[in-house]
Design a protein around this ligand. Structure first.
Ligand SMILES: [Zn+2]
Length: 306
């Protein structure tokens, strides 16, 4: 969706409210409290732009944004919609500072919190493990501390390394499909085996570089590739392409990643990769329609900012 198409589709609060209403309650209001109690789902609509319903059964009010990424937010719906449009249409992602400028928000904290909530919505709690043919490998990526300068030069001595495990599901013809990335504490056999078990479904054929760290894989058909005459990047093309793209993305978009936020950055990268051909679905996913997200407060994220 281009910016012009977005403006035409969502010109105001009412248009955003209608979109939420149609996606959330396509067959009419359903009260989350009394839906399963047999008391019916009748309710009265209150509020025009941001639809809210008062349940005839329990008398409680439910906003169309309850349980979505916009839950209890005081920002206009359109600000959220525009943020989601910007985040999903920039294939490389966007920093809180850039988002603040594009949305015309007065405070950096508001933009930062908004972005953190969108990033959290990038993880589907019901996602399925990778199947069929899965390449796995581990990698190191540089990280910067809060005080390091944004771009190169001095401060290089402060740059540390973060370890991560990657897994790529391959189509039969060898094309990468879905991916998983996770920070790990060490390249030990126990850590690597646990990360494979989380990423790949039981019975998947797991391809590794043959390193002994992966020797203990149970429940998977393990096909080690011994790295000798051929370089690892030739043998493990899928997963190494993911690592290379991740490193380029980290430098280009964020000037390097910070350790405190590694999981969230990886989640964003995985989201973008897995939905690179499904931007419309990505838009609704980020709004949190359909997902029952636990409400997040500013403090949930602030504690991780160090
Ligand atoms: Zn009710």
């Amino acid at each position: 969706m281009s910016r012009a198409a977005f403006e035409a589709r969502f010109p105001d609060e009412a248009a955003c409210g209608r979109h939420l209403l149609e996606r959330r309650w396509p067959d009419g209001f359903v009260c989350p409290r009394t839906a399963n109690s047999g008391q019916g789902t009748k309710g009265w609509r209150l509020g025009a732009a941001r639809p809210t319903f008062q349940c005839a059964g329990c008398d409680k009010q439910t906003s169309v944004t309850a349980g979505t990424v916009m839950h209890r937010s005081h920002l206009p719906l359109r600000t959220w919609f525009l943020a989601v449009h910007i985040v999903t249409s920039h294939s490389n992602g966007i920093s809180a500072l850039q988002l603040q400028a594009q949305l015309g928000l007065g405070s950096y904290e508001t933009a930062w919190f908004l972005l953190q909530r969108l990033r959290r919505a990038m993880v589907d709690p019901e996602r399925q493990a990778l199947q069929d043919l899965v390449e796995v490998d581990e990698a190191e990526i540089p990280c910067r501390s809060k005080t390091d300068p944004l771009a190169g030069g001095r401060g290089r001595s402060h740059v540390g390394k973060m370890l991560l495990a990657g897994a790529v599901e391959l189509a039969p013809e060898g094309q990468p499909r879905r991916i998983r990335l996770a920070p790990i504490a060490a390249f030990s056999a126990a850590t690597l085996t646990a990360s494979v078990t989380r990423a790949a479904a039981p019975g998947a054929t797991v391809i590794t570089d043959g390193w002994r760290g992966y020797a203990g894989l149970d429940g998977h058909d393990h096909r080690p590739k011994t790295v000798g005459t051929m370089a690892a990047h030739v043998l493990m093309k899928g997963v190494h392409r993911v690592f290379a793209n991740l490193k380029r993305w980290a430098l280009g978009t964020f000037h390097g990643l910070r350790r405190a936020h590694l999981q969230r950055y990886l989640d964003e990268f995985v989201f973008r990769w897995n939905r690179r051909r499904h931007t419309k679905a990505a838009f609704n996913t980020l709004l949190g329609i359909g997902a029952r997200l636990q409400p997040a407060t500013y403090r949930d994220f602030v504690d991780q900012r160090a």
